[in-house]
Design a protein around this ligand. Structure first.
Ligand SMILES: Nc1ncnc2c1ncn2[C@@H]1O[C@H](COP(=O)(O)OP(=O)(O)OP(=O)(O)O)[C@@H](O)[C@H]1O
Ligand SMILES: [Mg+2]
Length: 344
């Protein structure tokens, strides 16, 4: 019988063939596990499908495997402090532990009334007591939040988090999000401490590692596997989608190209396109229509000067759509994106 396809075309799912982002992963883990952490928060940004959720989950799973760590995931909506307290309470072993510490959360509908203790009625105070107890026990708490964005609730949560940090409580936070959303959050006038928070922007994956996976899975000559890896341009989602379709075509990767292109368009590019401004769309169209990839030629086509063009270029690079590493040139980071833009 044929084995299951080893590639995943679902978002957020930790893939069985994963190209580790060792540098970024270790930067966060080493910072959080050091005796005197230089930061208790990290942002992970990157274009859709760049692997933000996967990286965050990987870090969370690694820390959760250590005795010292408790990890909880909360959503960026609603009453985040209440959700945090509830999630901590429902972590294995915690109800008993909080009971012995005399922390009664029944006021918030969490757990049951503790006879010997007054219920805490302020959620921030409740959390401070929990975190204080964790500190005494030598434990650390990691909170993960996927797809964060600025909101009233976020401001309340972040302000409380800042107080926890000021009180040297052992609480750590990873937030993922699109560059634009995280940028708004970082520039919040009230939450100035977020501006100093380190941000990891996810780029492409290692081509050689992709090649190795393809060689092994499809028993392909190395140069064919390398061609496949180059086709993905190192874009994590494309690595999975091309692998998936190649598997469905019994290793004939040429046949997998068209379904891969269509899949990327339908599941990522169409959404990306709607998130661009009219001007950004125009610029992308000019880039897709300029064979040389030279900034000069693109600007000529658009009939705009450098000072007008540069901010757009910078923004599209930050969003992870453009690659500007080759001086005087720009190109798309995403595979088949130029075809897609030409068809728009
Ligand atoms: N390091 C990796 N190696 C191989 N595949 C990966 C890796 N990271 C992510 N992927 C694959 O890429 C796809 C997208 O990953 P993920 O959902 O983490 O992206 P994301 O950046 O969170 O996207 P979104 O902005 O839409 O939430 C998934 O199919 C996942 O399996
Ligand atoms: Mg995600």
């Amino acid at each position: 019988m044929r084995k299951n396809n080893p590639y995943t075309i679902m978002f957020g799912r930790e893939p069985s063939q994963m190209v580790s982002r060792i540098t970024q992963r270790d930067e966060i883990i080493n910072t959080f596990t050091s005796d005197v952490p230089s930061s208790q928060i990290f942002f992970i940004t990157g274009v859709r499908g760049s692997g933000k959720t996967v990286l965050m989950s990987e870090i969370s799973a690694r820390l959760a495997a250590e005795k010292k760590w408790i990890t909880v995931e909360i959503s960026p909506m609603g009453d985040m402090l209440a959700e945090l307290a509830s999630k901590i309470y429902h972590t294995g072993g915690m109800p008993k532990w909080l009971k012995t510490a005399g922390i009664d959360l029944s006021f918030f509908g969490i757990g049951v009334k503790i006879k010997s203790a007054e219920p805490v009625t302020n959620i921030e105070i409740a959390l401070r007591r929990i975190l204080g107890k964790l500190k005494k026990e030598g434990k650390r708490l990691l909170i993960t939040m996927d797809e964060a964005f600025s909101s009233k609730e976020m401001r309340i949560f972040a302000s409380a988090f800042q107080i926890f940090m000021r009180e040297k409580l052992p609480v750590f936070l990873i937030m993922t999000g699109l560059y634009k959303n995280i940028d708004v959050l970082r520039n919040d006038k009230v939450l100035t401490f977020l501006l100093r928070t380190p941000r990891i922007n996810l780029g492409s994956l290692n081509i050689r590692s992709m090649q190795n996976y393809y060689t092994e899975t499809f028993q392909l000559p190395e140069e064919d596997a390398l061609e496949m890896a180059h086709m993905t341009k190192g874009y994590p989602f494309a690595f999975q989608v091309l692998g998936y379709h190649t598997y469905e075509h019994h290793g004939d990767y040429q046949k997998a190209v068209e379904p891969t292109r269509l899949y990327l368009e339908e599941y990522v590019y169409e959404k990306l396109w709607t998130e661009l401004s009219d001007k950004e769309k125009k610029i992308c169209t000019a880039i897709a229509g300029t064979e040389s990839g030279k900034v000069l030629d693109i600007r000529k086509k658009l009939d705009i000067e450098t000072n007008e063009f540069s901010p757009y270029r910078a923004n599209l690079i930050k969003k992870g759509i453009l690659d500007g590493s080759n001086y005087g040139h720009i190109s798309f980071t995403l595979p088949f994106f130029d075809d897609f833009v030409r068809s728009c």
